[in-house]
Design a protein around this ligand. Structure first.
Ligand SMILES: Cc1cc2nc3c(=O)[nH]c(=O)nc-3n(C[C@H](O)[C@H](O)[C@H](O)COP(=O)(O)OP(=O)(O)OC[C@H]3O[C@@H](n4cnc5c(N)ncnc54)[C@H](O)[C@@H]3O)c2cc1C
Length: 503
């Protein structure tokens, strides 16, 4: 009932989970090379909590057991609490260059936020409040790793995704004394293969609609262990080059390919005590906003993004320094741009925390506006950071050999011909391989896609921002200014206070 060690986490994944990849069932995700790198990275994050020097930063006493538990489960009761939780997130994100989208803190902050606002789950048709509180305590005190799956599969998007009512879409097919039975599919479970628990909730962003379709069978929220009978994950192929001669050639993808999967519910029984929402479509569209969970989700996201953007900035600076192109003004302009992108993410966090507020539930949440600003802009900025690295590295990316060549038969040639003004051959080769993995590889492509979509389709989230933004004062300001200008016009049409020449 406390923080787990790396080994305890890895052992917990050997639970006969039904995970498929490249046409075969995975016997053990901790030893299968397609998952083992990311599994070890997750294990290392949990192990960090045991480091005596990091203990205060990463853990706190459980309010129920008094044992040390992960700080990212904390329900902030002050601005200081909020910032302390953010610092714990930042420590994990810096350790993984912000490349692990589904590190445990992501779901920890969401579930703790729902649990802090559990009263909102007391609805006329179903009361999920006690279940949500108990679940938060359970995952916190057992240090369980969660992921979530929110979106209906892409079958026919002529209707908004949350209104897709086909056989493919996951739905309630039966209620029994023991619980609800779910059949169908959901996408996408990042980290599903390496999580202990799957949280299934409504999609966070959705198109506004007046549709009157009965979607009660498609309305639910619950959490179950990944190894639940009938739950199956079908994963995309790995983006890491598993046959690389040197791990230094793909240093990020071999550690951070966290996997993504379609989730199949093959008549899965969800016990009533794990159900949070039941046949309540009206609540589906409110469950993030009414509980302030979107605030928590976006704050974790902006902290992760700051670590990632700082890492990409450092890479760009290193490449430019290695061949001295940082002496040229156009290169300096690009470096200033990537510096500013890193600072943009950081300042959005700072602004959101500085303007934090207490909720009616007694918890503290960041101001959501700087976070929505980040959400609107960052995915494009991140793609630009990749483009800047690509532009600075240029032909160097394809001229540089595998790191294995540094110690191979051609070592003499490599040492002589791959040095650059500010880096010996070894430093240059390993830097360019790292930068290639970050900005140009299939891993890099998946990272860009992740930034674009993981908090929801930007078209939808931006349309939501537009609809929520208080526009009237701004519209009125322009009208007032025009009215004022018009009133100042002289009868002849010249600006008031000025005489036209010859008058
Ligand atoms: C790498 C990655 C990891 C992810 N991980 C997770 C995860 O762990 N958990 C999870 O729940 N989800 C995850 N997602 C899914 C993510 O939430 C969705 O991709 C996102 O919500 C967009 O939905 P969609 O992919 O179904 O796109 P679609 O809804 O199919 O949209 C595709 C395109 O069509 C456009 N479009 C669709 N409908 C309309 C319309 N009515 N009007 C105008 N344009 C429209 C969209 O703007 C978009 O450009 C992940 C996605 C990615 C890429």
């Amino acid at each position: 009932m406390t923080i787990r060690t790396a080994q305890q986490y890895l052992d917990s994944l050997k639970d006969d989970r039904d995970v498929w990849i490249e046409g075969e069932r995975v016997a053990d995700v901790t030893s299968d090379p397609r998952f083992a790198g990311a599994a070890q990275t997750m294990a290392d994050l949990l192990q960090m909590q045991h480091d005596p020097e990091l203990s205060d930063l990463l853990t706190y006493p459980s309010p129920t057991t008094g044992e040390r538990v992960g700080k990212t489960h904390l329900q902030p009761r002050s601005r200081d609490d909020l910032v302390a939780r953010s610092e714990a997130i930042k420590a994990w994100m810096d350790a993984t260059c912000g490349m692990l989208g589904r590190s445990p803190d992501y779901k920890n902050v969401l579930v703790s936020s729902w649990a802090a606002a559990a009263d909102a789950f007391t609805r006329p048709k179903f009361d999920g409040a006690a279940n949500m509180r108990a679940y938060h305590e359970y995952v916190r005190d057992n240090d369980l790793v969660m992921t979530h799956v929110l979106v209906n599969p892409q079958v026919d998007r002529s209707k908004p995704a949350h209104l897709e009512a086909s056989d493919v879409t996951s739905q309630i097919v039966e209620e029994t004394d023991a619980g609800i039975v779910i059949r169908g599919a959901r996408m996408v479970a990042t980290l599903g293969a390496l999580a202990n628990e799957l949280v299934v909730m409504p999609a966070a962003s959705r198109w506004a609609t007046n549709d009157t379709l009965d979607t009660t069978a498609f309305s639910f929220g619950f959490a179950i262990p990944i190894a639940t009978p009938g739950l199956r994950l079908i994963c995309r192929p790995p983006v890491a080059h598993l046959d690389a001669r040197s791990a230094m050639d793909h240093p990020l993808s071999l550690r951070y390919d966290e996997s993504d999967s379609m989730v199949i519910f093959d008549n899965v029984l969800v016990p009533w005590e794990r159900v949070f929402i039941h046949r309540d479509p009206d609540f589906d569209s409110l469950v993030y906003r009414e509980t302030y969970t979107l605030h928590a989700l976006l704050l974790q996201s902006v902290i992760r993004a700051a670590s990632k953007a700082e890492f990409m900035m450092a890479l760009a600076l290193s490449i430019a320094r290695s061949t001295k192109i940082d002496q040229h003004v156009p290169v300096q302009v690009m470096l200033a741009e990537t510096i500013s992108i890193a600072d943009f993410a950081r300042t959005c966090r700072v602004a959101a925390e500085a303007e934090a507020q207490e909720t009616p539930f007694g918890t503290w949440v960041p101001n959501i506006r700087p976070l929505q600003t980040w959400q609107t802009m960052f995915w494009k900025m991140y793609a630009r950071q990749c483009e800047i690295i690509q532009t600075l590295g240029a032909g160097g990316f394809v001229a540089v050999p595998s790191y294995a060549e540094v110690a191979g038969d051609m070592a003499g040639d490599v040492e002589r011909y791959f040095q650059s003004a500010n880096a010996d051959a070894n430093s240059r080769v390993r830097l360019m391989r790292l930068a290639f993995d970050a900005a140009l590889s299939s891993f890099a492509g998946r990272q860009k896609l992740y930034e674009q979509y993981y908090t929801g389709d930007p078209m939808r989230t931006q349309a939501m921002l537009f609809s929520m933004f208080p526009k009237d004062p701004h519209l009125e300001r322009i009208q007032a200014m025009l009215d004022d200008l018009e009133a100042r016009q002289s009868p002849a049409g010249s600006p008031a206070g000025f005489r036209m020449a010859g008058e």
